[in-house]
Unconditional design. Structure first.
Length: 416
């Protein structure tokens, strides 16, 4: 079986071979590759966008043929038809039996469905869905910050309102791509419901994701964590919902004054005023009004090992998103065996059983988020029990061997 993957980013080992900067996102790709790399009847090709001058750069590493293709220079809201000719060239060179597209967030996914032009042998793997995310993007951000723009937002034309419009435009390409494929791989009620409503004729295949290798090798322990510390893996946009956690902080601090929040990305307080986004200004206001800016720590960009270490050092993981599919970050926290709290949104409901392996709360009920954080802080034994249950559940859900077998079975069914 000759399988061609289309990914949004390069896998780390390919980045090293191609002398490209490594990225800290897309860990599920590494997990999927590790699962099938030793499958003798699969010949794998991988293509992905990068910032290069030539249209395509081909290479080989670990018996994988990879194709770096030039990232389109048009705005994300514009369809880049150049991708179609690039993909036709890659397809002619690799001669795939099947194309597996990871994600629908960008127009190159639509371009691949058009270039390959074989829906019966085209699989789209659902990651998130920008057409649905756009509907949840506002996230109760006040109008002043949602519609207004800082100097940076005006220059970049990326106010929160503009960002939502961009998601809506990209969602049109996403919907077209899903309609052009014959097979969907998903893993939650949410992604199945959404994709079946877009393309009811596509065959839905269930396949859980495999996580990044380092998370299978470590185990959270209360004795080694920093008491009263909260880890939030992403915080750059309203859909990740850290502002709800910030709204919860005054009540958490009333009961546990030493509480700290750790998150990735840049600190708005260390960013020059003219480079701050309006969302960063909103977060600053919440921190200043609640008098807890010294309790929030921004860690910058973290690689796989650094991210894992931050989980292990934290007392509780919080996913406060307004929408998610399954939340890989939540799954990483669970497989480490740490207590986790997540908003009751999207596919998260398939990943967390309330009061068994974590806590679920209504995403905009920040007072309930505060309540569950304080419950974890107040009862060590109960928190450890939640983490133990979470780890058992995650080990079944994200079993490397079993998930690889399911993926290979799907390939064989599609090609039968």
């Amino acid at each position: 079986m000759r399988i061609l993957w289309l990914c949004n980013v390069a896998l780390p080992f390919i980045s090293i071979d191609a002398k490209l900067p490594t990225v800290s996102v897309g860990g599920w790709l590494t997990g999927a590759y590790e699962g099938i790399k030793n499958c003798s009847d699969i010949v794998l090709g991988i293509c992905f966008p990068v910032d290069i001058s030539e249209p395509v750069k081909k290479g080989t590493v670990e018996n994988i043929t990879y194709y770096c293709f030039r990232r389109g220079n048009q705005r994300l809201t514009k369809y880049c038809s150049v991708y179609e000719s690039i993909f036709r060239g890659i397809i002619a060179d690799f001669q795939p039996d099947l194309v597996h597209i990871f994600g629908t967030e960008y127009s190159h996914s639509l371009a691949m469905t058009l270039a390959f032009s074989n829906p019966k042998r085209t699989i789209i793997n659902i990651q998130g869905l920008v057409s649905i995310t756009a509907q949840h993007f506002r996230a109760d951000v006040p109008s002043r910050y949602f519609y207004g723009g800082s100097l940076r937002n005006v220059i970049k034309c990326d106010s929160l309102f503009e960002q939502r419009k961009q998601l809506e435009h990209r969602g049109q390409f996403e919907i077209a791509a899903i309609k052009n494929c014959g097979h969907i791989i998903g893993r939650t009620d949410w992604d199945r419901a959404c994709t079946e409503q877009i393309n009811p004729t596509a065959t839905y295949h269930f396949c859980n994701e495999t996580l990044r290798p380092v998370f299978y090798k470590n185990r959270w322990q209360y004795e080694k964590c920093e008491p009263f510390s909260i880890f939030v893996s992403q915080s750059a946009t309203p859909i990740k919902g850290i502002h709800y956690l910030f709204r919860a902080m005054p009540e958490i601090l009333r009961q546990y004054p030493k509480t700290k929040i750790y998150t990735t990305g840049r600190s708005p307080f260390k960013t020059p005023w003219y480079k701050r986004s309006n969302y960063e200004k909103y977060l600053m206001r919440l921190m200043e009004e609640g008098r807890f800016k010294d309790n929030v720590f921004y860690l910058g960009s973290l690689n796989e090992e650094q991210m894992c270490n931050q989980y292990l050092k934290s007392n509780v993981f919080v996913s406060s998103s307004t929408i998610e599919n399954e939340s890989n970050s939540l799954s990483e926290a669970k497989i480490l065996g740490m207590p986790a709290i997540a908003s009751f949104v999207g596919g998260v409901t398939n990943r967390l059983e309330h009061n068994i392996d974590g806590f679920l709360y209504q995403y905009n009920a920040h007072y309930m988020l505060a309540y569950y954080v304080c419950r974890v802080f107040s009862d060590r034994k109960y928190a450890e029990n939640l983490g133990d249950n979470a780890r058992i559940h995650a080990q079944k859900t994200h079993a490397i061997k079993e998930n690889a077998e399911v993926l290979v079975k799907i390939y064989r069914e599609v090609l039968a």
